[in-house]
Design a protein around this ligand. Structure first.
Ligand SMILES: Nc1ncnc2c1ncn2[C@@H]1O[C@H](COP(=O)(O)OP(=O)(O)OP(=O)(O)O)[C@@H](O)[C@H]1O
Length: 234
């Protein structure tokens, strides 16, 4: 498996404060990496450095071997970002939102192709033509995933993807992530949801005050054991 995401001594300081301290990490194709840590541990900072929204103070972030540089779009084209609350147009339908955002990214798809992306993202066909304003949080998230698929992104970053989702929506989300990883997508999520991290993740990182303290495989680890490790760490 090839390395898709790499951080090499990646560091971000805000004046005197170090939000991310010498992160070194390699994530391979098809991995689902879940980053845990208390509020302020540096999870969003890590994602923003990979997305090129922030400039590192030291070290580098690479995507498929290409160094992330805020002024260069080459790595931006390889990634998609799904924020905690997916911002879409409430007056447009799911398919219209997808059409709009995929065009913005430079793609033009037929109606059949758009609905195929929505179905792949788990959105039921009956919902495709309904106004976004009527969608639940989980449904909006599925449109976010469909947008990521339509951009042909190799890596999908997610911030708090299961916060506020009910157990059924969380289970659906987990199944979709696993399917995408099986198709060769790489997923990096920041989360507080230990139980779901064990369920969905192939590897878990635990951050404390800007440092990655643990990076463990989920093979053979229970949610209770991970919770114990988390509590001992933070
Ligand atoms: N623009 C900024 N200026 C100064 N400090 C900042 C700035 N952005 C983030 N920080 C600080 O950097 C630290 C890491 O923040 P970050 O958002 O990465 O944490 P997080 O782990 O994502 O937290 P949460 O779980 O609350 O989202 C925090 O202490 C935060 O206050």
């Amino acid at each position: 498996m090839s390395v898709v995401l790499e951080a090499v001594n990646l560091t971000k300081d805000y004046q005197q404060y170090t939000a991310l301290r010498q992160l070194s990490l390699s994530i391979h194709t098809g991995e689902i990496f879940c980053l845990l840590g208390q509020n302020g541990a540096g999870k969003t900072t890590t994602i923003n450095l990979f997305l090129g929204f922030l400039e590192p103070t030291a070290g580098k972030a690479l995507i498929k071997g290409v160094e992330v540089n805020g002024n260069d779009t080459s790595t931006k084209n390889m990634v998609a970002y799904i924020p905690e609350v997916v911002q879409l147009y409430g007056n447009l339908s799911g398919v219209e939102n997808l059409d709009f955002f995929s065009r913005l990214a430079g793609f033009s798809y037929s109606r059949e192709e758009l609905t195929a992306f929505l179905r792949k993202a788990g959105l039921q066909t009956e919902a495709h033509l309904k106004r976004l304003g009527t969608y639940s949080k989980g449904m909006r998230q599925k449109v976010g995933i469909a947008i990521a698929l339509s951009k042909n992104a190799d890596v999908i970053f997610m911030d708090e993807p299961t916060s506020g989702l009910d157990p059924k929506a969380t289970a659906e989300f987990t199944a979709i992530c696993k399917e995408l990883a099986g198709d060769g997508k790489t997923i990096f999520m920041a989360t507080h949801d230990i139980f779901n991290a064990v369920n969905v993740g192939s590897r878990i990182g635990i951050m404390k005050q800007g440092s990655l303290v643990h990076s463990v495989s989920t093979d053979g680890i229970s949610a209770n054991e991970l919770q114990q490790l988390y509590l001992e760490t933070i």
